[in-house]
Design a protein around this ligand. Structure first.
Ligand code: UD1
Length: 379
């Protein structure tokens, strides 16, 4: 007779989906092994609804072949407090109804801390995928979410060595920390062949731009600290326009940024602005880019794995291995520094990068094995 065990995995916002996908697939693949260890494993996907547009959410489920969520909390947008609170209330109801044995949260968005805290208060074990990253920027919403989530998680899955050091310095016991590699790179490896083989055809907007340009840059920008104030966004846009005079720039625009560009009267002349794109379109654009300019976390990792030069438009990064070992330039937000990094890269002098240890496409398998062991030892 096998014991029933339920793992609930939380997906809320765009950067969560590529982290959830390989963990769900690995847990499904581990069901047989679980059965021979006496566990009847079920996995449920809870979508909080933090992101909800077709091109911010649904397209990722299709692109990454993530099963339809078992529960959708439909919380939508709001201030930090109201969004986090609404997720907590709705997730509490879901937990009380489903009674999972373990909740898996990923990344650093509001859904991550909201669900970790709710689970913990109900006495449900929490595992955090992508634990231990620190920008040491206490104002950054994601830094607050990361630190609080790590402080209450039972199992902490870390992508790079710095994560272990950070967690140990915060007093997390070593036996809770596991250096497993990077699930973002699992997703990248799994999907790169679909893009390279031609099995995937890009959308017209991406395909026409990429095929039409001999060399191009890809840009993403959405951090509140970069886009919410005209004092920051206008000079940044000056640097981007300057780069666009040298090389065509493709810019899938996040809804937050679209609203701010309009509000500050920036019309985007010289830059190809398109709506947000799905995972495969973005991978298609990034792998062919001469340079990526970004303030996203995930792209710093994906460019390092692909060997594509990346200019990070932020003063800090919680992913230092991408700078120390990878292709990432932490340029800051001053136009001159961004332009100087772009000049170096576009004149063919970009640094060569290496892929960090354990970014091998097997991270989710390691995570699934540890989760199953932990469920097994609770029998
Ligand atoms: C969130 C995450 C951030 C992540 C980013 C990726 C937090 C604190 N921040 O920031 O870490 O890098 O997602 O996108 O969790 N909107 C839409 N459609 C959607 C979702 C949002 O139009 O499907 C608009 C709404 O006007 C909303 C705004 O975008 O108010 C911001 O969305 P929100 O989820 O609050 O924060 P992000 O800036 O997306």
């Amino acid at each position: 007779m096998s014991e029933k065990r339920l793992i609930a995995i939380v997906a809320g916002a765009r950067p969560n989906f590529m982290k959830v996908a390989p963990v769900v697939h690995a847990l499904h693949a581990g069901r047989e092994a679980a059965r021979s260890a006496g566990i009847d494993l079920r996995v449920s996907i809870v979508h909080t609804g933090q992101h909800y547009d077709e091109n911010m959410s649904d397209i990722f489920f299709r692109d990454l072949r993530i099963p339809k969520p078992d529960r959708h909390l439909e919380v939508g947008s709001g201030s930090h407090a109201s969004q986090t609170a609404r997720i907590m209330v709705a997730f509490e109801e879901a937990l009380l109804a489903d009674r999972p044995d373990l909740v898996v949260v990923v990344g650093d968005v509001n859904s991550t801390i909201a669900c970790a805290l709710t689970a913990r208060k109900l006495g449900v074990k929490v595992a955090h995928v992508e634990a231990g990253l620190r920008s040491f920027d206490a104002e950054m919403p994601e830094e607050i979410n990361r630190k609080l989530t790590d402080a209450i998680s039972d199992l902490l899955f870390v992508t790079e060595e710095s994560g272990i050091r950070n967690l140990r310095a915060e007093g997390v016991p070593a036996e809770r920390i596991f250096l497993v590699g990077n699930v973002m790179i699992d997703t990248l490896k799994r999907n790169l062949s679909r893009v390279e083989s031609g099995e995937f055809s890009p959308s017209p907007a991406v395909g026409e731009f990429c095929r039409g340009a001999r060399r191009y840059a890809a840009l993403t920008l959405h951090r509140p600290s970069n886009v919410d104030s005209p004092d920051t966004l206008l000079p940044l846009w000056g640097a981007i326009s300057e780069i666009a005079r040298r090389i065509p720039v493709l810019f899938p625009v996040h809804p937050r940024t679209r609203a701010k560009l309009q509000a500050f009267g920036i019309d985007g002349t010289g830059v190809t602005m398109i709506d947000p794109v799905g995972y495969l379109d973005m991978l298609y654009a990034v792998r062919g880019a001469a340079v990526v300019l970004t303030d996203s976390g995930g792209l710093q990792e994906e460019t390092t794995a692909l060997g594509v030069p990346c200019i990070t438009i932020r003063e800090n990064t919680e992913r230092p291995v991408t700078v120390e070992l990878g292709t990432n330039y932490l340029a800051g937000t001053k136009p001159e520094a961004i332009l100087s990094a772009a000049r170096e890269i576009l004149s063919g002098k970009a640094k060569r990068g290496a892929v960090p240890p354990l970014w091998d496409g097997e991270a989710a398998g390691r995570i699934a094995a540890i989760l199953l062991r932990s469920l097994g030892s609770a029998l």
